[in-house]
Design a protein around this ligand. Structure first.
Ligand SMILES: Nc1nc2c(ncn2[C@@H]2O[C@H](COP(=O)(O)OP(=O)(O)O)[C@@H](O)[C@H]2O)c(=O)[nH]1
Ligand SMILES: [Mg+2]
Length: 454
């Protein structure tokens, strides 16, 4: 998960609070020390770390415990509230037709994020075009073209053209009927006058409704300086922090950007086109701490329902369960990390954080799903509908096409068989089936989940 070691230390601290028989000054001081260490390790600014932890200490020692709470929960609440201050305020974001300009230095993830944002809008049913305004870098045209085709978005670029302004002018004109236009601009090694001029001119030409700054999380605290500098040349409406999956320094980037007042809009959590999340500070923190998050649960449940309404559930259980059906189900599960979300958002078990959730399990399952999807993308429609026919040379062809090995393909087929058998069992169990149906109908997942037979 994102910010692994920070999450681990903070969760440990909360667990300790829950385990302790007494909340006294000594415990508070120890917890505060642990928080300091964890925040500094995550690259959060020293002054900010001290401010937050001093507040925790002061409040924990001085504030009376409210009647409806207890000393443990009160301390946890204070920690949560103080940590939340680091992450800034959420920005309201409406999914509607837009022209989006992406800016940022070399290698921050602009082109990749352009694809993710395109996919995000396309999931909402919008027609999207990606415009290749990076005319600086060799291969930028092809890279964006490839990204566009991988998500199924339209693409506009003028091969070999050096004037990015011309590309943007023509692209915006040609695709004016498209709902969402995403302009992938060129970067530099550092912000210089030529970059500032280029993006401010493209800003004039495209008149974007969103100007999103793409920042690599591993930049750490320096991300704050970059955000300020970019904001000086063109008004940033939101920041997309990429590669949060791969760095322990993410805390520095998040807190530094938040402190500039530029709203963090999205975070990137992987190289795959689905690895993007809308950034909501409260939700992000709850997940980091492993606390129950009802909001996330409901959003996840709705997402799941959209793809798995009663009709498709019926189809899945009653009809032929082919790889095609399994692909659809997995596609839902994978968008974005649904399984994990469902589990992480379950309310805290009485007496503490859920101990039974193992991040490794979710990471492994998610990686497996990703792999399986790539493999299935290399199958023909006929093979998806008739998995039992996948043998011998077909296995080899699929392996070659997907870049995986034949044993990966066989593993997928074995797992498919297992799921198929499971579905067969459900078919035979009227009680479970009717419960599942009820659950999808009501949308009231938490309660119904609790009533599911174990
Ligand atoms: N792990 C990870 N890698 C990412 C993420 N976003 C982008 N990348 C990788 O970062 C590298 C640079 O990305 P690119 O989009 O070409 O950057 P650009 O120069 O700003 O357009 C590529 O290898 C991407 O796969 C992310 O959220 N997580
Ligand atoms: Mg690029």
């Amino acid at each position: 998960m994102v910010l692994d070691s920070l999450a681990k230390s903070l969760r440990e601290a909360l667990k300790r609070i829950n385990r302790s028989s007494l909340v006294d000054d000594r415990l508070v001081e120890e917890i505060v020390k642990e928080m300091q260490r964890a925040l500094l390790m995550a690259d959060v600014d020293v002054a900010l770390t001290l401010e937050i932890t001093n507040n925790v200490e002061k409040r924990a020692k001085e504030e009376p415990v409210p009647k409806n709470s207890n000393p443990r929960n009160h301390l946890i609440k204070i920690i949560y509230e103080e940590l939340l201050k680091i992450l800034g305020k959420p920005r309201e974001f409406h999914v509607k037709p837009a022209t989006i300009m992406l800016v940022g230095l070399y290698g921050q993830g602009k082109t990749t994020s352009a694809g993710k944002i395109a996919k995000f809008y396309m999931k909402h049913g919008y027609k999207v075009v990606l415009i290749a305004a990076d005319t600086q870098r060799l291969g930028a045209y092809e890279q964006l073209e490839q990204v566009a085709s991988s998500v199924g978005a339209s693409f506009f670029g003028i091969y070999g053209e050096k004037d990015s302004r011309k590309v943007v002018r023509e692209g915006i004109e040609k695709f004016k009927e498209w709902d969402v236009k995403i302009v992938d601009t060129s970067g530099r090694n550092a912000i210089d006058e030529s970059l500032a001029r280029e993006i401010s001119e493209i800003n004039e030409i495209s008149r974007p409704s969103e100007v999103i700054l793409i920042l690599d999380a591993s930049t750490g605290q320096q991300a704050g300086k970059q955000a300020k500098a970019f904001n000086d040349s063109v008004k940033i409406t939101g920041v997309f922090i990429t590669k949060l999956d791969g760095t322990a320094k993410g805390g520095g980037a998040l807190s530094a950007v938040a402190s500039t007042g530029a709203p963090i809009l999205f975070i990137g959590t992987g190289e795959h086109m689905d690895d993007m999340e809308y950034f909501n500070p409260a939700r992000f923190l709850s997940r980091l701490l492993g606390m129950g998050d009802f909001e996330t649960l409901m959003a996840a449940a709705k997402d799941f329902q959209k793809g798995m309404d009663e009709e498709s559930l019926e189809k899945m259980v009653q009809g032929k369960f082919t790889l095609k059906e399994m692909y659809d189900v997995w596609d839902q599960m994978n968008k974005p990390g649904l399984f994990k979300k469902l589990f992480e958002s379950l309310p805290m078990a009485p007496g503490g954080i859920r101990k039974d959730i193992d991040d490794k399990f979710f990471d492994e399952s998610e990686n497996k799903l990703k792999k399986y999807k790539v493999i299935m993308d290399s199958m023909t429609y006929y093979e998806m509908e008739n998995p039992e026919e996948i043998k011998g040379s077909r296995v080899e062809r699929i392996a070659n096409g997907s870049g995986y090995t034949t044993s990966d393909v066989k593993e997928l087929l074995r797992d498919y068989k297992r799921v198929k058998d499971m579905v067969k069992n459900i078919k035979g169990n009227r009680k479970i089936l009717s419960l599942m149906k009820k659950q999808f109908k009501s949308g009231n997942l938490p309660e119904d989940l609790a009533n599911m037979p174990q």
